[in-house]
Write a protein that binds this ligand. Structure first.
Ligand SMILES: NCc1[nH]cc(CCC(=O)O)c1CC(=O)O
Length: 313
């Protein structure tokens, strides 16, 4: 290896999905690494990788099933040595990584909230009775039905531009997008209203970018430690353990958010029946480094209150 790594001769190969949001996240990672280590732009190479999830646009994700639809091919590239790190939306990451890979570097978290997006209405409450809302998220659908059982939900997939076109075409009156995505793509012409996390609990790890690498790759570990945000790591420890304790994936109606305040970690988690008929919430506070234990406890308590079959419609 060169004396200096990475370098223009031996660039750091960054794997990512090819969507505009994923590419923005890979560029943010590259920019932070350049700044932290005083490296030139050409010491990095961004490698877009097409995943199964990207390839399947016309079927619903829950129909296809399986974990890691948006990550499998990227992780195979990492294991095969074709890329050196992978940049992910932590919201889309399964709770366990394949043997040989680890996640341990998180960038400072973006806005965690969901946004209500509509060309005509300003909030969920404003929607006329029986309105159609587009979303492919099980969590958002269940949270919406819980608040407004009269609303109809239709499957909505595709990138931000596709979804906005569907709104303009009248396929639905409103949809939801993560504030993090809107901010990272600087989408100023989107008619959105942020929804407070207290009224619509975000997905586990929403707004967080995580970086994955091969266990034992010490050069990479050292490089990444300079851009790791410890606060995000502590919060995600709580949220992802909560998700693991519920055997949840991104296709289960689960919300959760951990926040740090005055040296304490506060976790709020909720589970919702898919039809929105019931929501169970648990809140727990502990020390900053207690996230994993708190997540596990909150999950166990909610599992017990829910009983079997809570997530089956
Ligand atoms: N499931 C797709 C996905 N994964 C991450 C984000 C947004 C960015 C983030 O939460 O980090 C989105 C889009 C959305 O929910 O609007």
């Amino acid at each position: 290896m060169d004396e200096r790594y990475p370098s223009p001769q031996t660039p750091l190969r960054i794997g990512t999905r090819g969507s505009p949001l994923a590419l923005a996240q890979a560029h943010e990672t590259k920019d932070r690494l350049m700044k932290a280590h005083g490296l030139p732009e050409n010491a990095f190479h961004i490698e877009p990788i097409r995943t199964t999830g990207d390839a399947i646009q016309n079927r619903s994700l829950s129909e296809i099933g399986g974990k890691g639809l948006f990550t499998r091919e990227i992780e195979e590239s990492l294991l095969g040595g074709r890329i050196d790190i992978a940049v992910h939306s932590m919201k889309d990451m399964p709770v366990d990584q394949p043997d040989g890979l680890t996640l341990g570097c998180y960038l400072p978290r973006e806005d965690v909230r969901d946004a209500f997006v509509s060309l005509k209405y300003g909030s969920i409450e404003d929607l006329p009775e029986g309105s159609v809302v587009g979303t492919s998220s099980m969590r958002r659908r269940a949270q919406l039905k819980y608040r407004r059982p009269d609303l109809q939900v239709v499957e909505f997939r595709g990138n931000v531009q596709t979804r906005l076109r569907k709104l303009a075409d009248g396929v639905a009156s409103a949809t939801f997008l993560a504030m993090a995505g809107l901010n990272r793509l600087a989408m100023e012409d989107v008619p959105y209203t942020p929804i407070p996390a207290t009224s619509m609990l975000p997905a586990i790890a929403q707004g967080a970018i995580g970086i994955e690498w091969r266990i034992g790759d010490e050069a990479i570990e050292t490089l990444l430690s300079a851009i790791h945000d410890p606060a995000t790591g502590l919060r995600l420890a709580a949220e992802r353990t909560f998700l693991r304790g519920l055997d949840g994936s991104c296709q289960t109606p689960i919300g959760g958010l951990a926040e740090l305040s005055q040296g304490r970690l506060h976790l709020r988690g909720e589970i919702i029946r898919p039809d929105g008929s019931e929501m169970l919430t648990h809140e727990i506070t502990g020390s900053e480094t207690d996230g994993a234990a708190m997540g596990m406890e909150a999950a166990a308590l909610l599992r017990e209150r829910a009983g079997p079959g809570f997530f089956s419609e």
